[in-house]
Each structure stands twice: as structure tokens, then as C-alpha cells.
Write a protein that binds this ligand. Structure first.
Ligand SMILES: Cc1ncc(COP(=O)(O)O)c(C=O)c1O
Length: 379
């Protein structure tokens, strides 16, 4: 089935009622027909029918063997970091979500996991950062918020040659536009709070994996069922409902983003525009070779930090808020929000400064988005 069909219909099997919408199973526990007999559902932490339907759809969309729906994107990333042992080393993209940096530096460091941040868009630099203790490469592509593009195929090869796993945070594109497992990655994570949900109304996370029988697949299974970071049945259903419109949402958002990115380039108060859909973006061609769409995340710099701050207070339609991927356009000020706790050295290396703003383009009429930005930029 094509993604559009899979997104709408899922793997849904009609129950006795013929319900078109997947039922929400709120039962915490399940009756056994007899001793050593099971319907496949025993206890809600281990499996819930609504969540299982969602996980099956997610695994199919990412073309992986298995997926888990968890309570947040950070819960998903945390589970991936659980695969590491004291003394292990991780190479991470130097430009990535600030919460991932906080998890690595403030929590896993104390358990003896060592992390290095490199520009993973630069293969040589990434290869040079690998040590014999390196067990994981963790990347975002396009990266957050500087939109750097890393070569998933080449990084998967590099990781495997060195006995490490490649994990890709695929939040910015969703599986509708990019499927890292088909390019050699072992693990995909999502903040499903973003495009997969698309309506800014739930916090959720996803892990999808290439090989369910692998050591890492079995370990994730053990840790997830033991620790219980799973998504609730109600939120699983909301996410299933959201995924029905994933394709049409992200494609309209992308169409809007392409227009806004070109328009931003013409604005006198805008000095730089970072959007992978722009032909002059340094990662444009590589991105096209590994994704089917450019997404709708745009970062841009204005002339002065004062202008950036003033603009935030002038917006009328676009909300100044954290997060991304919803049908509503949002503007984020990364240095004060998503990346506020980023070490100064990483901010300097990546160029994330106080003139940078990050736009998540929604599905509104693009003329209204441009009009709001124009009045705020020129107020
Ligand atoms: C790229 C990326 N990964 C992970 C996360 C964390 O996800 P959550 O907020 O759902 O825990 C975020 C949140 O903004 C994100 O932008």
C-alpha cells in the first residue's frame, strides 16, 4: 500500500461491531481464556490493542520490523540511550534538539557514558570522532535549528564498520518524507508531538527499528516493558487519527514553506534563510537523494537581536511558541527556548545566535502567513 493509504486505513481489522474508527481499549488488564492461554493481550503496560495498532502503522510507515509508541519524544530518546553501558561513547550531531543534549550531558554523563558532538554533515569529521568505545551515532537530518543535512547511507556504513548503531531523529520530516531505516539506519526516533500528531494537542514519542530480533531490538523490548514509558490508549488513538491526514498536512505545509522561504530571502531585514528546499542550500542535493520532501521547517536570521526580540511581540497570527509540526504556524526563538541550555561552545560552532528565529509553517493560507511576518518584520 502507498503511504497515503496506509496512513488513512492503518492495519485496522474490523471488530465485531464493524467500527471504522479504531476502538479505544481502556482496559488495564485482560482475561485469560484458561491456564497458559492468552488473547495476545495480558497487561496494558506490555501491550494495549489501540497502542498495538498505532505501533504497527508506525513500523509500516518507517518500513521497520517493530515500533513502540511512548509518552514523549524524550522518552523515546532516553530508551535509545538506555542501550549504552558505562564507558560507552556516543557521537551526536552538534546541531540538534537541546533536550537531547541535556539528556546526554546532565544525565548519561553521570552513568559514565561519554559524548562528543560533531558536524555529522561532514563525514571526515564524523569518522575522526569515532573511538573503539563508540557504540552509537545519533543524528538529526535536517538538523535543529540550522538545517544541516547529514548523509544517512554513509553514516550507517561508517557506524556499522565500527560496530556502532545509527539512530536518526526523524522528527523534522516524518516518515511521509524520509525513511532512515531504508537507508541503513538501525533506529528511528520521533517526537510524535510534532508532525505525526500535527495538532499541538498531545505529547508522544516513537521508536522504530530495522531488526526486531537484534540485540538492540530485544534490549529495547525488555527495557520498555520493564520501565513502562508507553503511550496511553487515548493518546494512541489521537495519534492514529492524526496520522490519517499526515500526507496531506505535510505536503501542504511544505508547499507553504517553499513560498515563505523564497519570500523571506527578499526581505531587507532578513540576512540569512536556512531551508533545505532552497536550491542554494548546501545540503539540498544530498537531501533530495534521501528524502521525498523538504518539510516545512525554516530558520532565518534578522539584522539585529533587538529586531528578533521585537518581532516576537508583534506577531498576530503566527504564535510565538515552542514546538513545531502542527497545522498552526509557530515561531520559536531557539536561543531562549528549545536551545536555551545548549553549551555556549556548541552555539558558537553551529552559528545559533540571538538573531536566529525558527519557523514551523502550518496549513493556513500562505498569504496570511507572509502578511503577518511582513508586518512584524517591518513594524
Ligand atoms: C527534533 C526533536 N526531537 C525530540 C524532541 C523531544 O520531543 P518531546 O517534546 O515530544 O519529548 C523535540 C522537541 O521539541 C524535537 O524537536
Amino acid at each position: 500500500m502507498s503511504d497515503y493509504t496506509l496512513e488513512v486505513h492503518g492495519c485496522h481489522h474490523y471488530d465485531a461491531t464493524g467500527a471504522i474508527s479504531e476502538p479505544i481499549y481502556l482496559s488495564a488488564t485482560y482475561r485469560h481464556p484458561g491456564y497458559k492461554q492468552s488473547t495476545g493481550f495480558d497487561y496494558g503496560r506490555v501491550a494495549n490493542p489501540t497502542r498495538t495498532e498505532l505501533e504497527t502503522v508506525l513500523a509500516c510507515l518507517e518500513q521497520g520490523e517493530r515500533a513502540w509508541a511512548l509518552s514523549s519524544g524524550m522518552a523515546a530518546i532516553n530508551m535509545v540511550f538506555h542501550l549504552l553501558n558505562p564507558g560507552d561513547h556516543v557521537v551526536l550531531s552538534e546541531d540538534l534538539y537541546g533536550g537531547t543534549v541535556r539528556l546526554a550531558n546532565d544525565i548519561y554523563k553521570k552513568y559514565g557514558v561519554k559524548c562528543d558532538y560533531v558536524d555529522t554533515a561532514d563525514l571526515e569529521k564524523t569518522a575522526a570522532a569515532i573511538k573503539k568505545e563508540t557504540k552509537l551515532l545519533f543524528i538529526e537530518t535536517p538538523s535543529n535549528p540550522m538545517m544541516r543535512v547529514s548523509d544517512i547511507r554513509a553514516l550507517a556504513k561508517l557506524a556499522h564498520e565500527n560496530g556502532a548503531l545509527l539512530a536518526v531523529d526523524n522528527t523534522f520530516l516524518s516518515p511521509h518524507f524520509q525513511k532512515p531505516l531504508t537507508l541503513g539506519a538501525d533506529i528511528v526516533v520521533h517526537s510524535a508531538t510534532k508532525y505525526l500528531c500535527g495538532h499541538n494537542d498531545i505529547i508522544a514519542g516513537v521508536i522504530a527499528i530495522a531488526d526486531a530480533q537484534s540485540d538492540y531490538g530485544q534490549t529495547l523490548d525488555l527495557y520498555i516493558k520493564s520501565e513502562g514509558p508507553n503511550l496511553t490508549p487515548m493518546d494512541s488513538w489521537l495519534l492514529l487519527r492524526s496520522i490519517k491526514t499526515l500526507g496531506i498536512r505535510v505536503e501542504r505545509q511544505e508547499k507553504n514553506a517553499a513560498i515563505v522561504a523564497e519570500w523571506l530571502k527578499t526581505q531587507p531585514n532578513v540576512t540569512d534563510v536556512y531551508y533545505v528546499g532552497l536550491p542554494e542550500h548546501p545540503g539540498h542535493e544530498l537531501h533530495k537523494s534521501q528524502a521525498t520532501g523538504f518539510g516545512s521547517m525554516i530558520s532565518f536570521k534578522v539584522k539585529t537581536p533587538e529586531l528578533a526580540v521585537a518581532l516576537l511581540g508583534k506577531l498576530k497570527l503566527i504564535a510565538f511558541a515552542e514546538s513545531l509540526g502542527g497545522v498552526e504556524s509557530l515561531l520559536t526563538y531557539p536561543i531562549a527556548q528549545t536551545h536555551a541550555e545548549m553549551p555556549k561552545e556548541l552555539l558558537e560552532r553551529t552559528g545559533l545566535d540571538d538573531r536566529l528565529l525558527r519557523l514551523s509553517i502550518g496549513i493556513e493560507d500562505v498569504e496570511d502567513i507572509k502578511a503577518d511576518l511582513e508586518q512584524a518584520l517591518n513594524a
